[in-house]
Design a protein around this ligand. Sequence first.
Ligand code: FAD
Length: 302
Amino acid sequence: PYDVLVVGGGPAGASAAVYASRKGIRTGIVAERLGGQVLDTLTIENFISVKNTEGSKLAAALEEHIKDYDVDIMNLQRAKGLEKKDLFELELENGAKLKSKTLIISTGARWRQIGVPGEEEFKNKGVAYCPHCDGPLFEGKDVAVIGGGNSGVEAAIDLAGIVNHVTVLEYNSELKADEVLQKRLYSLPNVTVLTNAKTSEITGDDNVNGLSYVDLESGDEKHIKLAGVFVQIGLIPNTDWLGDQVDRNKIGEIITDKSTATNIPGVFAAGDCTNSAYNQIIVSMGEGATSALAAFDHLIRN
Ligand code: FAD
């Protein structure tokens, strides 16, 4: 069996694997996609001491760093269940079962989908989730941002500097973003904000050509012509596969203490899949390091 089995290979998991292995204990890492969300990121400018890098480069560097140590890497493998016997047993989608004395869960998060007709069909054909990655593709065009929370309003401010016009659609009667972001948004000349607007369909032929929404005040359905739609309604933690094994909050984030311990002794969690306050690369790596040290501590006491 492993001493430490890390589930998830983003910044949190990579950091946990390196830290665990440096303790000379038997370490494995299972990842659906080694690199995680970093692979979807264009430019990174806030990974301290590296002024500017690209997601693909950082993801490759994570993998190289893990490979420098004696870590069993099981990439392109999805975990589907967890059982506690005398040891923890992690079941993979391919049927394999991996045993370990401790577990570090670092399965990250993914963009929430709006779930209207056209979203799936026009993905990467005008439907986008990442303004940093795809914003420049819409230079000089008209786009919409669905979602008036912090991520939606940040995206709209970002996009307004690149595209011709941005329409922000918010389902509720007011934006949920921080005041300072709203102020900035409303100061921009090429942004329209629609509240009480329920997106009903993303339309297109080969590519997105617009979006239909229901004006919840009048009940009328309206259509706007667009080249792109950015869906910004939040991140969902990848924790469904745990069933009811590990305690989570109401949005599915694993609840951890300051040493990343969960409610199950020997199971730790780090990064975007947890209830930590901020979802950032450097934060996830810090939590990954904490979780490996905490797992080691657990091993020497049990
Ligand atoms: P993730 O990176 O989500 O990694 C999760 C890992 O778990 C992946 O390997 C995944 O394949 C795996 N996994 C998921 N489910 C399973 C399963 N069932 N079985 C096995 N493996 C599984 N942060 C910054 O600091 N600076 C930035 O500039 C920045 N820009 C960003 C731009 C974009 C477009 C996005 C999407 C995010 C950005 N972030 C940025 C946030 C940052 O990428 C995340 O906070 C960070 O990647 C979280 O790391 P993590 O290891 O917790 O999770």
